[in-house]
Design a protein around this ligand. Sequence first.
Ligand code: GLA
Length: 387
Amino acid sequence: MTHDQLLQAFAALYGKQAESVFFAPGRVNLIGEHTDYNGGPVFPCALTFGTYLLLARNNADVLRFRSLNMPQAWETDITAERSPLPDRSWVNYPLGTIAQMEKAGLTIHCGFDMLFYGDVPQGAGLSSSASIEVVTAFAFNNLYGSPFGLVQIARFAQEAEHVFAGVNCGIMDQFASACGKREHAICLDCNSLEYELVPLNMNGVKIVLSNTCSPHKLESSLYNKRVAECGEALRMLQKEMKVKCLADVSSDELKKYAAIIKDETVYRRALHVVSETERTKKAVKALKSGDLALFGQLMNESHISLRDNYEVTGFELDTMAEAAWNTDGVIGSRMTGGGFGGCTVSLVREDAVERFISQVGAEYRQKAGIKPEFYVADAGDGARRLI
Ligand code: GLA
C-alpha cells in the first residue's frame, strides 16, 4: 500500500483527513536468540516493513482503534480504565501501550481516530506485534512533545506485551523497532541496555527470510515456560555463585556447577543461553572484522542449540534450515525470533539468491507439504514520523 492509499483509506473510514502518519518496523534477529530475557546480547536489525499508524483528533473524547489487517474495530473513552480485551484481540497491543504511557504520567487530553496498517507477515517471528506497540508509543510520545526517549518507548511497548498480551518477552523486538538504523544491526546488551550500531558491510551477501508459513499455536505459553525454566536455572546457580543473570555465567562455570541443576531439561536450557551468549559476542566481532564465514558458522551452531537444547524449532523450521545448509552460496542459516514456527534467516551470496529461493522452496514444500514465502530483507530505520 502506498502512503496515498493509506491516507485515502483513513478518509474513507473516518470521513476526514489524517493529521499525522507514523511508522515502526518489524525486526529480524541475526543471532542471540532467547538471550534477551536472560540479560545477554542480541544482534537484530530493523526491517523496511512494519506498521503504519494514521491519526486525527476527534471531538468525542474517544480513542478509536481500526486496522486494515484485522476486522475488529473498537473504541473507548479517553478517561476509561484500561484493561485487556478478551480473545487475544489485536487492540491489546496499542491499548496496552497507551496504558503503560498513562501509568508513566502521560494524560491524553482529547480523542483520537486511529488507523493501523502493517505489512509485516503475521506470526512469522518478525515482530509484527512489537511494531504495533512501538508505533503507538512513538506516535503518542511525539504528539505530546516527546517527553520520553527511544529506550523508554521500547520499555512501554515491552510492558504492554507482558501485561496486555501475556507474553513475558525480553526487550529485543521493541528495542530494534524503536532504535534501528538503515544498513546497520544493533548489538544490544540486554542487561545494561547499552547498544552499538554495527554497519552491515556484507559485500555481495543478502539477508534472506524464509517463512515456513506454519501455524504456531501455544507459542506464548511455551515461550513463558522457557522464561520460567531459565529463571529456575538461575536460582539454582545463585546458590553456589554470585551472579545476576544467566547470561553472566560462562560455559566453564556452568560445567563446574552442572550438578546443582538436577533437572536435565533445565540444564540444557541454561546450556543454550550460556553458549548462545558466547556465540553472539563472537559473531559481532566476526562481522566487524569482515569474517562472514565465521558469522555463518555461528548462525548454524545457534540453530542446532535452539533445536537440541532449547527445543523451540520444530519440524518446519528444522526442514527449512537444513534445506538452506544443503544449498550452495549459503553462508549461514538459522531460525529467528521466538521459534515454534515463523521464519529462518539466511545469509546468501547475491548471485545465489534466486537458486536459493527455488531450491530451498522446492525441498521445503516437498518435505513439509507447505508453500513457503521468501523475502530479501534490507536493514531499515527505526520508528519515525512520516507526515
Ligand atoms: C521473541 C521475544 C523476544 C526474544 C525472542 C527470542 O521474539 O519477543 O523478546 O526473547 O523471542 O530471542
